[in-house]
Ligand binder design. Sequence first.
Ligand code: F6R
Length: 274
Amino acid sequence: MRVIILEDAEAVAQRALSFFDRMLRQKPDAVLGLATGSTPLRLYEKLSEGCQAGDLRFSDVTTFNLDEYIGLPAGHSQSYRQFMQKHLFQHIDIDPGRTHLPDVANLSFDRGESSLRCEDWQARGAAYDQMIHAAGGIDLQLLGLGRDGHIGFNEPGSSLASRTRIKALTRQTRADNSHFFASIEQVPRLSITMGIGSILQARQCLLMATGAHKSPAVTAMIEGPVTARVPASALQMHPAAVVILDQEAASGLQHRDDYQDAETLQQALESLDH
Ligand code: F6R
């Protein structure tokens, strides 16, 4: 795992931008995995600015988002489809037909009942994994980190081999996300999320985490054991995982000097290519 520690959230966004910039220059038809939440907002602004300035092109790019809420009315302002539209897609030259989020149409429990059978619910996740596979797999997967160590909506206890499927959100995650809603009661209880096994199939994973409130999860993810209690710790098993942190999120790490030394070497090696 490559750990990059920078001064603040702005520097984290700028560094994450450089990974996208490099990917799009190397592979203009890259398949990108995207996340929602607060953390990537500044990155999305920078990607939008880069596109508007003519430095970045998305016309041949395909995207797959990590997750989507179940149970919000179509077009709801807090659906992740609307989030992506508002914060990224409408500002860049991407083909809307190449932007994908898990299909949650008609998935809802009405008084505890669904018009769809259980197998129809489960088929949605498998269909999403199949679409990613058919697109050639994800080249660069962006990730945020939940305070409880989740990635996507893979909450603690999720199988490290899990595939895209329906998951219940924990109370903590619903509370954390409630600032986007009028009240916690309005935060959906269910989602479809890419599984941890699905995420690990991306050719490169790029996790951003900023702020002191993420520090315990960051420390557990990087320096703790690989465990389903901390889903993000599965990234220790990924051959090309990069974690970009600000000082606050990195404040609990014990081996900061080692990460810094490794990063200095990494940058020296990368400069040989220029
Ligand atoms: C969002 C997602 C989540 C968030 C995580 C952090 O698509 O998959 O795992 O990345 O909850 O959220 P923020 O960035 O709001 O702290």
